[in-house]
Design a protein around this ligand. Sequence first.
Ligand SMILES: Cc1cc2nc3c(=O)[nH]c(=O)nc-3n(C[C@H](O)[C@H](O)[C@H](O)COP(=O)(O)OP(=O)(O)OC[C@H]3O[C@@H](n4cnc5c(N)ncnc54)[C@H](O)[C@@H]3O)c2cc1C
Length: 581
Amino acid sequence: MDVGTALAGVQVVKGAFLLLTALALTSYKWPVDKPLSDSATCDYIVIGAGTAGSIVANRLSEDPRFTVCVIEAGGDPPLETEIPSLFAYLPKTYMDWNFTSEDDGYTAQYRQQTYLDLPQGKALGGSSSIHHFYHIRGDPKDYDDWATATGDDSWSWQNLIPYFIKSERLEDPYILNSQSSTYHGTNGYMGITRESRDLPLKYLEAFKEMGHKIIENVNAGDTLGFFLPMFTIFGGVRQSSAESFLSPIKNRENLFIMKNTLVTKIVIDENLQATGVECKTSDGTSITILAQKEIIVSAGAFNSPKLLMLSGIGPKEHLESFGISVVSDLPVGENSQDHMAVILVHQLEETNDTLTSDPSQFPVPTFVGFGAINKTQSYPDYVTLNLISRNSPAALMQLCSSVFSLHENICAQIYAAGEGREVLFSVLSLGRPLSRGQVRLQSTNPEDPPKIYTGFLSATLDLQNYVDSILDFVRVTESSYFTGVGAQTIYFDFPNCSSATNIRDYWECYVLHMMDTTFHYSATCPMGTVLDSSLKVVGVNKLRVVDASAMPNLTSGNINAAVVVLAEKAADIIKRSQSCE
Ligand SMILES: Cc1cc2nc3c(=O)[nH]c(=O)nc-3n(C[C@H](O)[C@H](O)[C@H](O)COP(=O)(O)OP(=O)(O)OC[C@H]3O[C@@H](n4cnc5c(N)ncnc54)[C@H](O)[C@@H]3O)c2cc1C
C-alpha cells in the first residue's frame, strides 16, 4: 500500500460518515439550538463550547437566576466522534478548523508541504470531540509554575487537586482500591477509564530494566516513569466536554446554545467594558448579543487571540498595521506553545496475529512514559506516547499519513516495517519546550484563519534536548525483551542526513524530518501578562479568557486535563465574584 491508497481509503470512509451525519443519529443527546435574536441580552456569554467553554457553561448555569448563552461556530458532534476507535477519521473534515502553520523556513521543511496541519475541533465539545483520549494531568511542577507566573498560589498543583477530583468519574477498581484513590473523583461529569490490555506490560518491564520506574498512577503527582494511561472514554463512548458537561444538562431552561454561529468581534464601550458580541449566524445574518454580567472567551488557543486582536486587544503595532483601534496593548498571541512531536519507530518480533479492534476502546494497546535526561531530577524532560501494532501495516500507514502527515517515503518505510511484525510507534515530545511561536492576524476579516507560527525549535537548546531524550529512550533496545526478539530502531533513509558523521548529528537531522504537532496549542493569552490570575483581560472590564490559551506554560503530557481543571476553577472564580457583588 502507498500513502495515496491509504489516504484514498480514509477519504472513502469519511464520505460514508458524511452521509450518516445527515441522519443526525445522535442529535437527541445534545442541547437543541436556541437561536437568539439581535440585541438579546444574557447574563453571561460564553464564546465557544469546547473543552473549557462547555464546563464554564455547565457550572455557571447551575444557578437558575442567571441566563448563560453559549455561541459555538460548529454544530453537533456526529456519531463517529463518539466511537473511540475512529479518531483518525475526524481531522480534515467539517469538524476541524483545518488550520495550517505558516512556513517559517524551519518547521516541516522536509515534508511534501512545508507546513503542518493543525487540527482543532469545530463542534460542541471543540477539540475534545476529535482528540485522542489520553487523560494525563501533568507534573505538579507545571502547575506550581502557573502559581509562580500568576503570583497566585491558588493555581498550584496542591490547590488544584479538588478541581481535578470534581470533574472526574473514574472507573478503575485497581486505582480506586489503591492509596492514590484520594486523588480521584467518582461522581464528576467526565468518565475516565484506564488501559486494561496486557500487551503493553512487557514494554513497561523493558523500560524498567533500563532504570525507569513503572508508575501505578501518573495522575497522583509522581510522574517520572512508564505507565498505563487513563482515557476520557467511558462505557465505550468518547467523553468530550459536550458528552460530559452539556449532554446531561441539555434541558436547563437558563442555558441557551446557539450553534453554527461565529463570533466576529467583542464589543467594548468607551469605559473599557465588554458589553456584547457581534456574530454571524448560520444563515449569514449579523447580530449583536449583549451581556449583562460577563463575556467569557473560550474559543481555543488560536481563535481566542484572533478574536481579542480583532476587538482591539493585542500588540499595539500589529493592530495598528491593520487599522484596528487599540483598546488594550497586550502581548496577545506571543507566547504560543505546543509539544512538538518526533515520531520514532521500532520493529519487534515476527507475528502473523493481528489484534482484533474493539470500537469501544482506544484503537491499539498503548503506554506512556515520562523520562528525565538528568537522572537526579524529579520532574520529566520528555514524554512518549507509545502505540503497539501487530501485523497491521495499514493501521501504521493511517497513523503516519492521516493522524500525522509525514513524508510518503517515510510512511512507505513504516508500512514495510509493519508487515508480519509487531511495531512500536512512539511520539516523543519535550514536556516543557523552550521554543515559543506566535499567533497573528492575517486580515481584519473574522472568517480568515489566523497566521500561526509554531516556533518549533526556535530555541536552539530544544533540538539538543530532543536528541538527548531520544538517546535516553532508545536505550530500551538494550533490554532483554528488545534484544530477545531482535528489535530494531528504524533509522530512516533520509537523503539529507547522509552527511551526518555521528549519531548525534543523525538524530538532529532525524528530528527535523520527523517533526509534527501533538495538537497541544496553548498559552497564547496567558495569565501573568494578558490575563490576571482570575483570568480577566488586563485593562478591560467584564471580559475573561478561559481555555488552553490562558495557561502561562504547557503542562507535561497531553493538555486536555489541564484545560478541564482550568475551566473548573475559572467557573468557581466567576461564581464567587458574583456572590461578592
Ligand atoms: C487531534 C487532536 C488530538 C488531541 N489529543 C489529545 C489527547 O489525547 N489528550 C489530551 O489531553 N489532549 C488532546 N488534545 C488537546 C485537547 O483536546 C485541547 O487542548 C483542548 O480540547 C483545548 O480546549 P479549549 O477549550 O482550549 O479549545 P477547544 O476545545 O478547541 O474549543 C474551542 C471552541 O470554540 C469554538 N470557536 C472558536 N472560535 C469561535 C468563534 N469565533 N465563535 C464561536 N465559536 C468559536 C470552536 O469551534 C471550539 O468548539 C488533542 C487535540 C487535537 C486537536
